[in-house]
Design a protein around this ligand. Structure first.
Ligand SMILES: NC(=O)c1ccc[n+]([C@@H]2O[C@H](COP(=O)([O-])OP(=O)(O)OC[C@H]3O[C@@H](n4cnc5c(N)ncnc54)[C@H](O)[C@@H]3O)[C@@H](O)[C@H]2O)c1
Length: 315
């Protein structure tokens, strides 16, 4: 199988390419990435040249996408996105451009080139926020309720994917995951930011009261779930991906500080993010039962790998 991976020089996309090359010998990969501020060629430069090819390009650029698809891939996996909520609150244009228009350009190209399957990498944030005082969960049937421009752009992309399936019969699948952690994440995100600051004894900013809850998953577990959905997911379906690992932000910070032997006095509470979602919690029963997927890492084992990677990188 020839996979066309957009956004493959980013955090999750590059982890996915690595998993495919290591664990799916029947697959080869074309990585297509614009190398925005969030993309990093170092994330993929060491990969096997026989089964991997990198093309720099923008998913909004129809000609560039068509040129790259001349290699006739079997599947497109769309990881490319503007991904940082705080940036979308500052200015949303780039989010609409890449996350919405870019998705449609890829869907059109998938039809034009007879691509057999289109997988959209989406997020639990399209379903909004859950109350933190109950045990409700996001399921695949939860209504759309995006609360920030990033989430709204990802929800819009899901609608376009659904429409391409319904209108044109394109074989599509959508995956929705919670917060990822692991190697090669951009420093603007919570865990790399707190690791960098803690390692340099700098203050660690925590939004609001620190009690916002996220559902954390080690990035390789997310990537194996995507591979399972690509291979065996039912056409037109959505699959939620989660490791049943809800944590308050403040608890994430304290467990990392404890692992590094750094004092809690580094924590600095800062004014809350505008419209900050309170709780995300994913029910992964569908992917577990239909596809037999399970996460391999616990929070402790995944965090230990993550910390070791950043310590080695910044030593
Ligand atoms: N990080 C998470 O916790 C998380 C959780 C659920 C879903 N997701 C989704 O997973 C995907 C990957 O997230 P990530 O954290 O790896 O993001 P990232 O910001 O680390 O990487 C995004 C990549 O997309 C590339 N890109 C951006 N605009 C592009 C364009 N116009 N054309 C081509 N490439 C472009 C960037 O250069 C970068 O390499 C995104 O679609 C995101 O919405 C992320």
């Amino acid at each position: 199988m020839h996979l066309f991976v957009t956004g493959g020089a980013g955090f999750i996309g590059s982890a996915f390419v690595r998993i495919v090359l290591a664990e799916a010998p029947d697959c080869r990969v074309t990585t297509f990435d614009a190398l925005t501020y969030a993309g990093n060629l170092d994330n993929v430069h060491d990969l096997d040249g026989k089964r991997h090819r990198f093309i720099q390009g923008d998913i909004v650029d129809r000609d560039a996408v068509r040129g790259a698809l001349a290699g006739r891939p079997d599947a497109i996996l769309n990881f490319a996105a503007e991904s940082h909520v705080d940036r979308s609150i500052q200015a949303s244009d780039a989010f609409l451009r890449t996350n919405v228009l870019g998705a449609q350009v890829l869907l059109d190209a998938a039809r034009a080139f007879g691509v057999k399957r289109f997988l959209q990498v989406s997020t639990d944030e399209v379903m909004g926020s859950l109350p933190d005082d109950d045990s409700s969960y996001f399921t695949e049937a939860s209504p759309y309720a995006p609360n920030n421009p990033y989430a709204a752009s990802k929800a819009a992309a899901e609608h376009l994917v659904r429409a391409a399936h319904h209108t044109f019969g394109l074989d599509t699948v959508i995956t929705r995951c919670g917060n990822n952690y692991g190697p090669r994440q951009h420093r603007e995100k919570l865990i790399p930011l707190l690791l960098t600051n803690a390692l340099h004894d700098r203050p660690i900013p925590v939004y609001g009261d620190g009690r916002n809850i996220r559902d954390w998953i080690y990035v390789d577990d997310h990537c194996r779930a995507i591979l399972a959905v690509l291979r065996r997911g039912r056409i037109g379906e959505i699959y939620n991906i989660g490791a049943r690992n809800e944590r308050r932000n403040i608890d994430v910070v304290t467990s990392v500080l404890a692992a590094l032997g750094k004092p809690a006095s580094l924590i600095q509470f800062v004014p809350d993010r505008l419209g900050h979602d309170r709780r995300y919690a994913i029910d992964p029963t569908k992917i577990e039962q239909e596809l037999g997927w399970r996460p391999r890492e616990t929070w402790e084992s995944g965090l230990a790998k993550t910390i070791a990677w950043y310590q080695a990188k910044w030593r």
